[in-house]
Design a protein around this ligand. Sequence first.
Ligand SMILES: C[S@@+](CC[C@H](N)C(=O)[O-])C[C@H]1O[C@@H](n2cnc3c(N)ncnc32)[C@H](O)[C@@H]1O
Length: 260
Amino acid sequence: MDLQGFDHVAKDYDYFISAFYGNSNDFEAFHISLAEEYGKDGILDIACGTGALTIPLAKAGYDITALDLSALMIEEMKKKLQKENLHVDVFTANMSDFNINRRFSLAIIARTGFMYLLTAKEQKQALLNIREHLTDGGVLTLNTFQPNPVEQAENMNVSIDEYHFCAEYINHEGKRECISRLTAYDYITQVMHGSWKFETFDGHGNVSDTRICTQTTRHTYRQEMEYLFELCGYEILDVYNNYCREAAKENFIWVVKKIT
Ligand SMILES: C[S@@+](CC[C@H](N)C(=O)[O-])C[C@H]1O[C@@H](n2cnc3c(N)ncnc32)[C@H](O)[C@@H]1O
């Protein structure tokens, strides 16, 4: 199974995300403050997933459009939109080549969405395409992780059974589920190959179902991102380490502006 498209995890995505990250107050507050500052001519939520941001921003009254590569993630979001009686234009598309006849003053790629682009060429293509959908002076925010040499060394020669426990939650069927992960890092391509094991338990505590999903992300150096933004016509406004706006160290939350 391939976690890259997120189709295989769509139904339980919200459950395991809250098990991983806990509450999403800072995450939401950060993006709502960007929406207040830059979102007056519309917001595009790219790689929107099941609507972690689309829903609160729509509820707060912002004019928001959303897209994601995974039709099943979008299906989960649509159920929530319907429940809340919210109308949002949502479509299935790849951030590297979507084409909609509209420009937005704010584009958001939240929570690692950009890192699923696995080559510098794909990243550049996405940044240029998003730029085409921004108004003059429009703003884009996305996050990246810096390659971590200690983690890289630990993950270079992993054996196929070295799974590490990550999180546990109750899934959409009310069953206990555990996730563990095995990662292998390729220092040449800066690509992290992840293998995620989902184990579902029956009422007696026995594993009743096991699914293995693969997921691949690319880690990028700060300077590399700085050059990439410059190459694609963006000026860096801010860079933070986290959604509380602490000084950037190894995780980067970028806020960049389209240069015209
Ligand atoms: C970790 S989830 C984040 C979802 C949501 N933004 C959130 O904060 O919960 C990453 C999302 O990126 C989407 N994605 C991955 N590659 C993409 C691409 N090339 N274009 C559009 N969406 C993509 C996946 O389908 C998935 O829904």
